[in-house]
Design a protein around this ligand. Sequence first.
Ligand code: BDR
Ligand code: CA
Length: 306
Amino acid sequence: NKKVIIDCDPGHDDAMAILLAASDVSDLSIEAITTVAGNVGVDKNTINALRVCELAGLDDTLVAKGADRPLVREKLEAAHVHGKSGLDGTSLPEQPVKQTVDAHAVDVLIDKIMASDGDISIAAIGPLTNIALAMRKEPRIISRIKEIAVMGGGTYGNRTPAAEFNIYADAEAAKAVFESGTPITMFGLDVTHQALATDERMKQLAAINTPAATAVTDMLHFYSGAYKGKFAGAALHDPCPIAYLIDPTMFQLENVRVDVETKGEFTYGMTVIDADSRTDQKPNAQFAQQLNTQQFWQLFTDALIH
Ligand code: BDR
Ligand code: CA
């Protein structure tokens, strides 16, 4: 089993990512779920993580609350996409019974990675604040993390014309993580917008009729509102890095240098991707370019059947 820590801000697509990781089609062993401020505040994101754990049957999975604000910039949320609760549209119980552990997410990340044989990957599907803080507090984790599969960035933006939300929400943290030297695989908007929940796919999901599929269908009804009229469906951003960790063959990857802009007047939070090797900087990331959409949907629907 591949070990993974999911660092997240649930969030509809975060919730779907957790469900995918926890499903029968996944060989991932979820070592912990750590939460961070992002889509909504960290308290609400954490409650949502616990609610999703209960739905997914992750009764023994450790959940730890993390950073409540970015490193430097002011806090930024995306409640217009995910609703006030961060998970509007679902009929999951509002208050989970499951509790968080009594430790900060940053310490859980450090302790798990330091105690490992270097075999834990991180799926980073929210702003990168916790991971940057953990690297700063215990730099020895940098060479012990197997890989960070990051949902963030791209050659265009969704929060600003240049910047994607997770990177824009804490660009200083993203810069520290991309410059750390830890192996990174990056799932930016270029590839996550190939994982669209079109009307037809939503109908297929609705027909599955398991508790997980029903919850995802409810989530998609709300979440796709933000995409209506602009795209052929809602983008399942956060399930992409999880799908990659389960089955990397569905992605086409390229080694590139990625730098995070933290100073630009119009480009703060942009990921500058050196696809043509115009700098003399060594590649620091595998950039996911292409998704085998059919393979992805097969995996995602199979995950919800059981
Ligand atoms: C990312 O931003 C969040 O709103 C989503 O959960 C995803 O992680 C997409 O830009
Ligand atoms: Ca997210």
